[in-house]
Design a protein around this ligand. Structure first.
Ligand SMILES: [Zn+2]
Length: 204
């Protein structure tokens, strides 16, 4: 494959990408501590989008791993986790953070959040989401204890770890450097950080 572009997403910000079938988005956790909210929409219709609940139906694993194929709300394959140079700890259960989430955590006033990041990034591409689907939360360390309780822990990724998501159809992908700074989602120092992204085109 040929590397073609590198983009830095600033801490707490988001970026949208137009992907063609066969190209791969490589998300690099530059500092190792950053969670990246990830969405995908079919370019043919914004009403068709990557759905974690539909994807889990097609998986035999409790968490995404190399080879996991993510499906849309119409059960069509849209992205594949084609490479993972990290400990393989990712979440596909938790909703995107939004303004209400931060208010419930005690924050007063506006707070950057992944849901608004999604809307803004799609807006820059000339689109708007019909809803905010549950994201694929790359590098998020959600620990399930004794089968009935859960805890958000600091990421276990190391600086430079990365994952690759291959487009199985033409799609729009949005990546959000999660702005969470109240819980240890992005590390014990509660500090969101930037991530790097490469678009890798198939050879030939
Ligand atoms: Zn977030």
């Amino acid at each position: 494959m040929n590397q073609s572009q590198i983009t830095t997403i600033d801490a707490g910000m988001a970026q949208g990408f137009r992907l063609s079938t066969g190209s791969t988005l490589r998300i690099i956790n530059t500092m190792g501590s950053q969670v990246v909210g990830t969405w995908a929409f079919a370019r043919s219709s914004m009403t068709e989008f990557m759905s974690m609940e539909h994807s889990r139906i097609h998986s035999s694993s409790s968490r995404p791993q190399i080879g996991t194929v993510f499906h849309t709300n119409l059960h069509e394959p849209i992205l594949e986790l084609c490479e993972d140079r990290s400990p393989g700890v990712h979440d596909w259960y938790l909703a995107a953070c939004n303004q209400q989430r931060y208010e419930l955590l005690g924050h007063q006033g506006e707070h950057a959040n992944c849901a608004d990041n999604l809307r803004a990034a799609l807006g820059e591409l000339g689109h708007s989401p019909t809803c905010v689907p549950c994201p694929l939360n790359l590098f998020e360390n959600v620990s399930f204890l004794f089968g009935d309780s859960m805890e958000i822990k600091q990421p276990v990724a190391m600086p430079g770890d990365y994952v690759g998501l291959k487009a199985l159809i033409d799609c729009l992908v949005v990546l959000s450097s999660c702005p969470q700074d109240i819980l240890p989602t992005n590390g014990p120092d509660l500090t969101p950080r930037s991530v790097d992204v490469e678009i890798v085109q198939p050879a030939g």
